[in-house]
Design a protein around this ligand. Structure first.
Ligand SMILES: NC(=O)c1ccc[n+]([C@@H]2O[C@H](COP(=O)([O-])OP(=O)(O)OC[C@H]3O[C@@H](n4cnc5c(N)ncnc54)[C@H](O)[C@@H]3O)[C@@H](O)[C@H]2O)c1
Length: 262
């Protein structure tokens, strides 16, 4: 397993904190894993791709840049999620922060044309996957002194968009899970928030990049005049997980270049 001795980790805002990130083998999750590790956290790098999880964890560990453990699992599999959290708690005694980031894109067609299997896949990954994670993370956090959860919603968790009904529905559902759980658990010591990114330049948006006008139309959504970067989102996630946001719970923080301001 790719880990380094905990004493090798740098000191920072999250020194000694145990952080779980799903979908950390690419894009926003990978950048967030690196950012937490740079601030001293012990990071569980979890992804459906074992190879991606191993790569990110070993790159974090190499040269003493941080402490990371790879986990290969599908967030739709509740038993696998529970086993990962058990393994993490057996080894490090606690879970302080969870970033429920694993997600996939939608079909990119009008609602009536969405294939049923696509609808089921995006719902089970983006909604059931977040619920599977939260339902196993929260009891452990309650047992070990509280914590902070940050879910990946989207600007499309706040507004609708044509040709995106399946994806939009999943991200509105993530907001629903976030707000409702915040009402249930904030007084018990677990803050629960979401980030709502605009379009971020990751492999997820490259899927339809060859479609004429696709990237131009997405770019025009952002008054700030550019796509977001993975580090823009990672910075917001770290803030929501940090003591600096101790009075913030139940929100969806837009990180969207002004998209949802209009
Ligand atoms: N990129 C954007 O523009 C954007 C905007 C708003 C929200 N988001 C959300 O941010 C999150 C991360 O997106 P990204 O752009 O970094 O995507 P990405 O495709 O770069 O990375 C997603 C990672 O999740 C993993 N994954 C997918 N399904 C999984 C499953 N069932 N179990 C475990 N791991 C799984 C993939 O293997 C991949 O490594 C997603 O929830 C996405 O909806 C992305």
């Amino acid at each position: 397993m790719a880990t380094t001795d905990d004493s090798a980790a740098p000191r920072g805002t999250f020194t000694g904190k145990v952080v779980l990130i799903t979908g950390a083998g690419s894009g926003i999750g990978e950048a967030t894993a690196r950012a937490f590790a740079a601030e001293g956290a012990i990071v569980a790098v979890s992804d459906m791709s074992a190879e991606a999880a191993e790569r990110v964890a070993s790159e974090i560990c190499s040269g003493g840049a941080g402490t990371a453990l790879p986990f290969a699992l599908d967030v739709r599999d509740g038993a696998a999620v529970a086993a990962m959290i058990d393994a993490l708690v057996s080894r490090h005694g606690r879970l302080d922060i969870a970033v429920n980031n694993a997600g996939i894109g939608g079909s990119g067609v009008p609602l009536a044309d969405i294939p049923e299997e696509n609808f089921d896949r995006v719902m089970s990954t983006n909604v059931k996957g977040v619920w599977q994670c939260m339902r196993h993370e929260i009891p452990v956090m309650l047992r070990t002194g509280g914590g902070a959860i940050v879910n990946l919603a989207s600007a499309m968790g706040l507004v609708g968009r044509a040709n995106s009904a399946d994806y939009v529905a999943t991200k509105h559902a993530v907001m629903g899970l976030t707000r409702s759980a915040a009402l249930e658990y904030s007084a018990l010591g677990v803050r629960i928030n979401a980030v709502c990114p605009g379009v971020i330049d990751t492999p997820l948006i490259q899927v339809r990049a060859e479609k004429p006008g696709f990237l131009e139309a997405l770019s025009a959504l952002h008054p700030i005049g550019r796509f977001g970067k993975v580090d823009d989102v990672a910075a917001a996630i770290l803030w929501l997980a940090s003591p600096q946001s101790s009075f913030v719970t139940g929100i969806g923080l837009p990180v969207d270049g002004g998209w949802t301001a209009g």
